[in-house]
Design a protein around this ligand. Structure first.
Ligand code: K7E
Ligand code: CUA
Ligand code: CA
Length: 640
């Protein structure tokens, strides 16, 4: 196979873009020894060798036969579409979108009263927010692997965390974090740090990227701005506590023993402009001692901010110098790091350098030793800091001791061996820690491998979220899709298997075995307090100007063929889908009233609106359900 590693540079646009990015990066890299791009020839020969190597059968697996099911689920954050995407892998087919932070016209998210309650409304009943920006998604754990209960996803714009129920693939709760902006990284704990019986997720940690005045008075003096690290209860979704820190948060990771949570920090300078944010040579990876923080909260050693009742403990550098009592530990890492990831052997956290061509390997037992007063200098928890390429961002693992880091500027994924990197650091200059490099198309952000962030990392597939697709798909005007690429990592060399265009713009994602989930095919009627359980209960109930309309659906008819209300009534329409058959979903749309939503089998949903326009309105089923789907209607008559 002939592969020209520079082929993506031949398009004028591509060249311009790469030049621009690299020029911009040079500013950031000032003073840092840039590692030379040795990728060119080696990447081409590597790919060529890999394509001929025996044992690479996974390539065939991408092309499923019709009717064949994928073997992995992928949960993808949707970026500023504010939703979560569900992909099947290895085919890369998008199966579902789960609306969270923004309205969705297919299911009526943001239209029904139930979804509006989850999303949050203003006093007048309108949605509080209609924009979102979801970057990071992670699922609940038990015994170090996903347990199929929940996934969580962040909204960076309005600092909201949403929970997805993985039995129904729906968002059931959204919490807005107090006193923070730019909520970015998210990670559930993997077990309790104290109680060994609690071997599953009970907390979710949230990093806030932007520091703000606390309370937010609007002062211009950025040196007073602060960022908080937040802990949310996994069950109640209430905010348990926050930690005031120096610097900012970016991404988040947790240890397998439940003892530590971490966030990488790129603005330890506490600058307000980007030049200020990259003035220091080193920033930090900040560790939180979860058990100590909870003890401090219990002991009342906290304050509250503004109207929020959430306990805020002091995690600033100045207050946490004594390791024996410290709540936090600031481990120095090179300039403006991005990404922190926990290795599946449970031993290390990897911080990628972003503006430094390095990755930093931090040994968790040493951080714990520091907290116990057994490690003299916190910096000694760094066991390797090695060059991997330009613009390292995120890291995934194969469970065989290798890490895969995206190189944004080099447009590559680099595979490197963690123990070899540690040997190299110790002085064994013969230790070849870089195992392979693969060109990706183009400029990758997130990367993740199948089961990567669990103890069951299986090293089969790697997906990489390329921020630019440029020439990889049919042109559709100025807005390009992202390119999610699938890579076979079962062998020594990485092999690119497939390109998948995705609508902008996913960031983080997780990939796990399909056996870990058992989604329910239909809802349970009794789970809905408003359910209209019998068609005979259908009808119009008037209470002054408030009118309740109860309807059921059973293909191909609604229980009410018509209903009457009066102009000016506040109408609450409750619809229960009594069909029990899997895949038999109905829709309910009312022309001119901005109403359209669906009810899945055995589901109940409701909408409330003012019947302000008199007339006849044919409410009809929008979701194809039956041969008589087009006939499935109900006539709303609004009397003048
Ligand atoms: Cu690197 Cu928001 Cu995870 Cu995007 S962040 S790439
Ligand atoms: Cu009911 Cu279409
Ligand atoms: Ca910095």
């Amino acid at each position: 196979m002939k592969q020209d590693p520079t082929s993506h540079l031949t398009l004028e646009g591509g060249l311009g873009r790469r030049r621009f990015l690299n020029t911009a990066a040079v500013v950031g890299l000032a003073g840092v020894a840039a590692c030379t791009d040795k990728s060119g020839a080696t990447a081409a020969t590597a790919a060529s060798a890999a394509s001929q190597a025996p044992g690479h059968s996974a390539a065939n697996a991408v092309h499923l036969k019709p009717g064949e099911l994928d073997t992995y689920y992928g949960l993808w954050s949707g970026g500023h579409t504010g939703d979560m995407r569900v992909l099947g892998l290895p085919s890369g087919r998008e199966i579902h979108r789960i609306p969270c932070f923004v309205p969705d016209a297919l299911v009526g998210w943001g239209v029904t009263n139930e979804s509006k309650k989850v999303m949050g409304t203003k006093p007048n009943g309108d949605l509080r927010y209609t924009v979102g920006d979801s970057h990071h998604t992670h699922a609940s754990y038990k015994d170090g692997n996903y347990d199929g209960r929940y996934a969580w996803i962040n909204d960076k714009i309005n600092s909201r965390i949403a929970r997805i129920r993985l039995d129904y693939f729906v968002c059931d709760k959204i919490t807005e974090l107090p006193n923070v902006q730019g909520f970015h990284g998210i990670f559930p704990d993997k077990r309790d740090p104290v109680d060994p019986k609690i071997n599953y997720t009970t907390r979710v940690f949230c990093g806030a990227e932007f520091a703000i005045p606390l309370p937010n008075t609007g002062t211009e003096d950025a040196t007073t701005y602060r960022s908080l690290f937040t802990c949310v209860d996994a069950e109640t979704m209430e905010v348990r506590w926050q930690v005031m820190i120096d610097g900012n948060c970016d991404l988040t990771a947790t240890s397998y023993d439940g003892k530590l949570a971490a966030t990488n920090q790129y603005n330890t300078e506490r600058g307000a402009r980007y030049e200020d944010m990259m003035s220091a040579e080193r920033d930090a990876c900040l560790f939180f001692n979860v058990a100590r923080i909870e003890e401090a909260v219990k002991a009342g050693k906290f304050k509250t901010i503004g109207n929020s009742k959430v306990p805020v403990v002091d995690g600033t550098l100045e207050s946490n110098k004594d390791p024996k009592t410290a709540l936090t530990a600031y481990v120095s890492v090179p300039k403006n790091p991005h990404g922190v990831n926990a290795s599946p052997d449970q031993k290390y956290f990897i911080c990628a350098g972003k503006l430094s061509p390095t990755v930093t390997v931090i040994e968790l037992s040493r951080v714990l030793d520091w907290f116990d007063g057994k490690l003299a200098k916190l910096d000694e928890s760094i066991v390797a800091e090695v060059e991997v390429g330009l613009g390292p961002l995120h890291t995934a693992f194969d469970g065989r001791g290798n890490a895969y880091t995206t190189l944004f500027l080099d447009s590559q994924v680099v595979k490197w061996n963690i123990e070899a990197a540690i040997k190299f650091q110790k002085g064994d200059k013969a230790a070849k820690y870089v195992v392979d490099r693969l060109d990706v198309q183009y400029q990758p952000g997130h990367v993740n491998a199948s089961q990567s962030e669990t103890i069951a990392a299986d090293g089969k597939f790697l997906a990489v979220g390329c921020k630019f697709s440029k020439d990889r798909f049919l042109p559709v005007g100025p807005l390009h899709p992202e390119n999610e690429q699938l890579i076979d990592i079962s062998g020594e060399k990485m092999v690119l298997l497939a390109d998948h265009p995705v609508r902008g713009e996913p960031h983080d994602f997780i990939i796990f075995k399909r056996e870990l989930l058992s989604p329910k095919p239909v809802y349970a009627l009794d789970d809905f307090p408003l359910a209209v359980k019998d068609p005979k209960e259908s009808g119009v109930v008037r209470n002054g100007r408030k009118v309740t309309v109860k309807i059921t659906s059973q293909a191909p008819a609604f229980s009410l063929r018509e209903f009457k209300v009066k102009k000016g009534d506040e109408v609450t329409l409750i619809l229960t889908n009594l069909d029990k058959v899997e895949d038999l979903t109905h829709g309910f749309a009312i022309p001119k009233y901005n109403v359209n939503f669906i009810v899945n089998p055995q589901e109940t949903a409701s909408v409330t609106f003012i019947a302000d326009t008199p007339g006849v309105f044919w409410a009809y089923c929008t979701h194809f359900c039956h041969a008589l789907h087009l006939e499935m209607r109900s006539r709303m008559i609004v009397e003048a």
